[in-house]
Design a protein around this ligand. Sequence first.
Ligand code: PEP
Length: 246
Amino acid sequence: MKTVIANWKSNPNTTREAEKLAGAVEKSAAANNKTKVVVAPPFVYLPTVGQRLRRAVLGAQNVYWNEGGAYTGEVNLAQLKNLGVKSVIIGHSERREYFKETDEQINRKVLSALRFGLEAILCVGNKEKMANPAGFVNKQLMADLKGLSAKDGPLKLVVAYEPIWAIGTGDADDPLSAAQVSAKIKEQVQKINGASKVRVLYGGSVNGVNAGAFLERDEIDGVLVGGSSLSAKEFEKIIKTANNFG
Ligand code: PEP
């Protein structure tokens, strides 16, 4: 079964729009039940979007590792779980770049989310095009998964390979290259935690036209979608395509 994740980022601007989009995604998810669909809206829409989803899974775009306390502006693991959130995106390149999240913070988020029973979707990826992206990604994995052991729910960990140069640019990676990096990520995570193979997604300018070229690859377990997830029609095309490989 392939996974398709919608990262709405800081969109849309109204609850009404969020409700409408969530309703459309739920319809597509229900009609394509060989695909796992996750919707990660901004925090403010989690209750509304959660109410609209049945088949599709509610996700979040970030989390704070503590369960409560004096941490102004943060949203914690317990709060997400109590709203029905099952998956959380961690270490997205926009959080690393604009909000200066460090590998150490990302590591704490991943471990605490997994230990709290949430699915952690760890984003990794190189800034510029390079000859050996897997080498760069391996270093990120070592830092972000430090201390991960087989008992940390290996099946709840997902890695999204998102070359930064491909995010929001319309210039998606070459599917063969993305598949090769995905295979290396699986090997590397297995080395780190000695457990079963992790699921690896590709993210970066995926749309209804190019999704199939990534999803047809066995090494790629799904796609993480930003821009194209804001159009119900475009996102439905991606879900339908994923379903053909389910
Ligand atoms: C993302 O936000 O993780 C992403 C892949 O965005 P886009 O699909 O717009 O490139």
